[in-house]
Design a protein around this ligand. Structure first.
Ligand code: IPM
Ligand code: MG
Length: 342
């Protein structure tokens, strides 16, 4: 039976880059797609960023491929207005996707596109493992009488399950990033990761690093890292920073996974880029690399995943550069070049 993929093109450049990904997947196998409106588009159509029907479809799929959500049309600070991002957070929580994997591996062909010097980024190969369904993103929040609060909370069990993912993914070392000199959640985080390490993964090197120092080390010595494991908001911030090692956030894919057997969600790290939506300038490569992560982690198709990744790499080696990488290739030309390589 062909794998059933729910596609969520979302907003802004989302539909443009999703079309490229679906075309590439069609070259690689026999997949069936079910498309749903999501994010701002779903707010316009249904008054909510994530309908119950879409969530159910995602839960029942073999994998979910998402492009991007958000845009100025739905930007508001009104706490009662629906926001596109609520769809994303609702999907992560509703599908139990607690482990977000964001690999950062600058390609030699793009060394010149990074703001960092080549000798600094060369041979970097790191993975950010971001906890995705806890912390300040999901704690109690409110605003009253000119004050507001957001609560950061973690349980031992939530920390253990993400730490397992990190240790299992590590080749040599896990760097656990926290703010244990200030935050109680970070002290529980550090204690839990250390215990899990000595009980189950003594053969993997473990180091603890404070998040401010980690932000500095990521640009000062990125080769230092193998797997970085961290809580939800630190992971959000550090993964955008790490993206610049690859030259552009338009290159970074991600996988969000839950318990084994449950469908995963695959999406580029970048947003919906409303400023370039409709201009044909969007870089589809993070979307394509996310489809490759879906093939590998979500559908168990290693060969097709590798084929898609090398088609992207070869296009870059041959000089393909979209606007974000300092070139002038359109979304369409980038897609066609990569598809031709498949
Ligand atoms: C990401 C994004 C989201 C996040 C936003 C759109 C809610 O920045 O996936 O990194 O903060 O998690
Ligand atoms: Mg982010």
């Amino acid at each position: 039976m062909s794998a059933r993929i729910v596609t969520l093109p979302g907003d802004g450049i989302g539909p443009e880059i999703m079309a490229v990904a679906v075309a590439a997947l069609d070259r690689l196998g026999d997949f069936s797609y079910e498309e749903h409106v999501f994010g701002g588009a779903a707010i316009d159509a249904h008054g909510t960023a994530l309908t119950e029907e879409t969530l159910e479809a995602c839960r029942g799929a073999d994998a979910v491929l998402l492009a991007a959500v958000g845009g100025p049309k739905w930007d508001t600070t009104d706490p009662d207005a629906p926001r596109p991002e609520q769809g994303l957070l609702g999907l992560r929580k509703g599908m139990g996707l607690y482990a977000n994997l964001r690999p950062v591996r600058p390609l030699p062909a793009l060394y010149d596109a990074s703001p960092l010097r080549e000798e600094r980024i060369r041979d970097t190969n790191l993975l950010v493992v971001r906890e995705l369904t806890g912390g300040i993103y999901f704690g109690d929040r409110a605003r009253r009488d000119g004050r507001a609060h957001d609560t950061c909370e973690y349980s031992t069990a939530e920390i253990e399950r993400i730490a397992h993912v990190a240790f299992a993914a590590a080749e040599s070392k896990v760097t656990s990033v926290d703010k244990a000199n200030v935050l109680e959640t970070s002290r529980l985080w550090r204690e839990t990761v250390s215990r899990l390490h000595s009980e189950h993964y003594p053969h993997v090197e473990l180091e603890h690093m404070l998040v401010d120092n980690a932000a500095m080390q990521l640009v000062a010595a990125p080769r230092h890292f193998d797997v970085i494991v961290t809580e939800n908001m630190f992971g959000d911030i550090l993964s955008d920073e790490a993206a610049m090692l690859t030259g552009s956030i338009g290159m970074l894919p991600s996988a969000s996974l839950g318990d084994p057997g449950a469908p995963g969600l695959f999406e580029p790290v970048h947003g919906s880029a409303p400023d370039i939506a409709g201009t044909g300038k969007a870089n589809p490569m993070a979307m394509l690399l996310s489809a490759a992560m879906m093939l590998r982690h979500g559908l168990g198709r290693q060969e097709e995943a590798a084929a898609l990744e090398s088609a992207v790499e070869r296009a870059l080696r041959d000089g393909l550069r979209t606007a974000d990488l300092g070139g002038d290739a359109s979304t369409e030309r980038a897609g066609r070049t990569i598809l031709d390589n498949l």
